[in-house]
Design a protein around this ligand. Structure first.
Ligand SMILES: [Zn+2]
Length: 265
């Protein structure tokens, strides 16, 4: 798609606004609070936030990360997710062949971002999120680069084949090494990326996980208090965030270790 500078600015603003919505969704999901109704409030003093407190990124910088009324620190998660969403929106616009595919891919990445943060915080992936991801991936798979296509056998098998190793790990470890949820996230990632990039994303997820695990062990060995208390709280490390990171690297940076293997086309 031919995109000018002004469309990129609009895409960045749109991404930041959706990121702000995603923050509200992450905060309110499963709490009984309505996402559509009810104004946002400061979690400490309960003061209703005005329009000027809710501008993505800008408000956080303007308020220097503190509530206007009580001075409580606002989580860095808010501007971080808004910034990432803005960046992803621009990157998606630059890679999508049609406006419809931009919308579909952007929704897909936002669902993945939701899964990443939610799994980090709660060690579980909501079924509504993995269901949305699966539906989006199938629509993208059958839409091809703009018009309806019947995907080839390898494109259809990419999902199950990429997810198979994760399902086997959770099966043989009785769900201890890995939950079912990780395979259920990998399935649509395989459809979205194809077999060779999907397998690359899976490999990168394991590497990122291994490097992070080693770093955590090192920090624990060195006796860093914050890390130690966090590790004893739960030795479980969620895997879906690594899958999302691996998929992001494979998709946006075109990292593909197996593209030279003819079988995989
Ligand atoms: Zn406050």
């Amino acid at each position: 798609m031919e995109v000018g500078a002004s469309s990129l600015i609009v895409a960045a603003l749109f991404g930041a606004i959706i990121g702000s919505f995603l923050n509200a969704l992450l905060y309110r999901f499963n709490t009984g609070l309505s996402i559509a109704r009810g104004r946002s409030r400061c979690m400490r003093c309960g003061h209703t936030l005005t329009f000027f407190d809710l501008m993505p990124i800008i408000s956080y910088l303007g308020l220097r990360g503190r509530c206007r009324h009580c001075g409580t620190r606002i989580s860095i998660q808010y501007p971080l997710i808004e910034g990432i969403a803005a960046l992803v929106s621009v990157a998606t616009l630059l890679t999508a062949p049609t406006p419809l595919l931009y919308v579909l891919w952007f929704c897909t990445w936002m669902t993945l971002l939701f899964i990443l943060v939610y799994d980090l915080r709660h060690m579980v992936i909501p079924w509504s999120a993995s269901g949305t991801l699966a539906a989006l991936s199938l629509v993208i798979l059958f839409l091809g680069s703009g018009s309806f296509v019947i995907p080839g056998i390898w494109a259809l098998m990419a999902g199950p084949l990429c997810a198979l190793p994760l399902f086997l790990i959770s099966l043989f470890s009785g769900g201890r090494a890995m939950g079912w949820g990780d395979g259920i996230v990998m399935l649509p990632l395989g459809w979205l990326l194809g077999l060779s990039a999907g397998a690359s994303a899976l490999m990168m997820a394991f590497w990122i996980g291994a490097i992070l695990g080693l770093l955590l062990m090192l920090f624990q060995f060195l006796g860093w208090k914050g890390v130690r208390s966090r590790l004893t709280m739960s030795s479980e490390i969620p895997f879906a965030p690594f899958l999302v990171l691996g998929a992001g690297i494979a998709y946006f940076l075109h990292v593909d270790f197996f593209s030279n293997l003819p079988l995989l086309f």
